[in-house]
Ligand binder design. Structure first.
Ligand code: ADP
Ligand code: MG
Length: 227
């Protein structure tokens, strides 16, 4: 028990340090980006150095994205809670991914239970969860397919299923899926699912996955309605 407390303290200190470091990294990054941009503009159109500076800028943007995601993981989450409808959060996110879905030939279907009560949540974080999961689902269906979102409610438990007909997940990858930095994508950060897990656990819920390689995957979230 004592060991566990000590471990938790160490983790929390590590989290604070990481969050601090992330802030310190942001400013120099934006300075580097600004000057790289100036440099790029100073070369004429045909100069191949324009391409190099462009790569620098793209890579800085990738780093910034990574850092932004990392902050969600390290930031303590004790503010910004309000009573919200999970269906509404999902309804807000669907239009945001519609373009990407259409480009990938993915059709989105939703079946949302009307009886779900509002629950106390960090709405911005919760939106992030669905954005990450929907993005992953679409990325798993480059040849097109279906993304189905189902919400149900029973015994103070909200169940949300996110089903795709995509590539599926190999059994050996299932247990690594929620680890930070685990990715099978060339341009992936591997932070999306670890952030989802962290956010859902902050809401006293759980997230799990079930997959058939070659057929598709289902991510299931349970959120308690605390009374
Ligand atoms: P990223 O998307 O940056 O790779 P994530 O944490 O969001 O990071 O996902 C980690 C990995 O889990 C992905 O690289 C992919 O291999 C796998 N994955 C996640 N969602 C799905 C899905 N719906 N179908 C198939 N594989 C998935
Ligand atoms: Mg992802």
């Amino acid at each position: 028990m004592e060991e566990k407390v000590e471990m938790m303290e160490k983790l929390s200190i590590a989290g604070e340090l990481a969050a601090g470091a992330v802030h310190e990294i942001k400013n120099p990054l934006s300075a580097i980006r600004g000057f790289a941009q100036l440099l790029e503009n100073s070369f004429n159109e045909a100069d191949e150095r324009r391409e190099y500076t462009n790569i620098i800028i793209n890579e800085i943007d990738r780093l910034s994205e990574l850092i932004k995601e990392f902050l969600v993981l390290t930031k303590p989450d004790n503010r910004h809670y309000s009573k919200e409808s999970i269906n509404k959060v999902i309804g807000d996110i669907v239009p945001l991914i519609q373009t990407k879905a259409v480009m990938n030939n993915v059709s989105i279907k939703t079946s949302l239970c009307e009886e779900i009560p509002e629950i106390s949540m960090n709405k911005e974080h919760m939106k992030q969860v669905f954005l990450n999961l929907f993005n992953n689902a679409i990325e798993a269906m480059p040849q097109g397919g279906e993304l189905i979102v189902i919400t149900t409610y029973q015994d103070n438990d909200i169940k949300i299923e996110i089903i795709d007909t995509g590539c599926g997940i190999l059994p050996e990858n299932i247990k690594k899926l929620f680890n930070p930095f685990f990715t099978t994508k060339e341009e992936g950060t591997g932070l999306g699912l670890s952030i989802c897990k962290r956010i859902i656990e902050n809401h006293k819920g759980s997230i799990s996955v079930d997959s058939n390689p070659g057929k598709g995957s289902t991510f299931t979230i349970h959120l308690p309605v605390l009374i």
